[in-house]
Design a protein around this ligand. Structure first.
Ligand SMILES: Cc1cc2nc3c(=O)[nH]c(=O)nc-3n(C[C@H](O)[C@H](O)[C@H](O)COP(=O)(O)O)c2cc1C
Length: 322
């Protein structure tokens, strides 16, 4: 059966948004933003901060399992941190070999390692050996740094190191987030490894999902920004929501926006809260005209109280949900 995964998105899909998106539903699994591992053994609270779901059996309130993602370059240090994380019994541990951010790459993390298949192999092998067999260890990669010439070597190195599944974001680091995603490359990787490969990149609609699966040959697909823009995308794909966005869905989303706003305010400093709502509304306006209007109204506001008042005034449904 084809699975749908919610992508890790640092600064965007934290536990608050994962809670909303998995409540709307359709996801088999989610992955946290990366926990950066560099040189020290992190305390348990560093993992719980990124994945508060760990205190709920590793699941969102709606029951979706959430794997915790680690990012680093030192096999021993990653293994020691993975062992500590394993004590918190996450449903999975994912290793990040896809992050293109310069600050991460300067410290030899994320996509910067895609030129060194032997190191990728050593990292996965060390982490796999440090973690009880019941906890799946997976990896997420891009196609390469400047080009895809080592993509298959990297994937094989990760699989042979013990990754139970690979997610492939079908772009190089140099390609950043520029469309298109090169799903045909995922097919080459899938044919070269024995473990399941999850296709990822530029799936915004049901039709994209169909084409991504047809081109990559993958059963499973990970949804990132498409999921944030359209919280019903996973259910549309499954056929349990309308095939295209509807006005009713926007009304149904308003209580979720209210819950998100409450969750964000409870979590981040007041001066950072408005930015989080604006960021999500910025994605939602790709899907609903109503979101465009709400985004425009929220954008100039700086004070959380002003935003709460605006949301209350705009939508009676929000008051009912509060
Ligand atoms: C804001 C943002 C943050 C991201 N953070 C992470 C991350 O922490 N770990 C990771 O493996 N990928 C991260 N990614 C990459 C996504 O997981 C995904 O591979 C990428 O967005 C392509 O999928 P999409 O086109 O469906 O969005 C991030 C992407 C975005 C847009």
């Amino acid at each position: 059966m084809s699975r749908l995964l919610l992508a890790p998105m640092e600064g965007l899909a934290d536990d608050v948004l994962r809670d909303v998106l998995t409540r709307v539903g359709g996801y088999d699994r989610a992955v946290t933003e990366f926990v950066r591992v560099s040189g020290t053994l992190l305390p348990a609270r560093a993992f719980v901060r990124i994945s508060p779901e760990l205190a709920n059996g590793g699941r969102t309130a709606a029951g979706t399992p959430v794997a915790v993602q680690l990012l680093g370059s030192d096999p021993e240090c990653l293994a020691a941190n993975a062992a500590r994380l394993a004590l918190l019994a996450p449903p999975g541990i994912d290793l990040n070999f896809g992050c293109p951010a310069p600050t991460v790459n300067r410290h030899r993390g994320g996509a910067a390692l895609l030129g060194e298949p032997e190191l990728l192999n050593a990292i996965v092998a060390a982490v796999r050996a440090a973690v009880p067999a019941a906890i799946p260890v997976t990896a997420k990669m891009r196609l390469g740094i400047a080009d895809a010439s080592l993509a298959v070597d990297c994937a094989q190195a990760l699989a042979e190191g013990g990754a139970q599944a690979l997610t492939v974001h079908a772009r190089t680091k140099a390609q950043g987030y520029r469309p298109p995603a090169h799903w045909e490359w995922i097919a080459s990787i899938r044919e070269a490894v024995k473990v399941p490969v999850v296709a990822n990149g530029e799936v915004w609609t049901v039709e994209d999902w169909r084409r991504c699966r047809a081109t990559s040959g993958c059963e499973d697909v990970m949804l990132g920004r498409g999921a944030v823009s359209d919280p019903w995308l996973a259910r549309r794909i499954r056929g349990t929501a309308a095939p295209a966005p509807t006005a009713d869905e926007w009304a149904a989303l308003l209580p979720h926006i209210a819950a998100f706003w409450r969750g964000v305010q409870a979590k981040v400093e007041p001066r950072h809260a408005p930015g989080r709502l604006k960021l999500w509304l910025g994605y939602l306006r790709r899907t609903w005209r109503e979101a465009e209007a709400l985004h425009a109204a929220v954008r100039p506001l700086r004070q959380p109280a002003e935003i709460t008042a605006l949301l209350d005034a705009q939508a009676p449904a929000l008051r009912a949900a509060a």
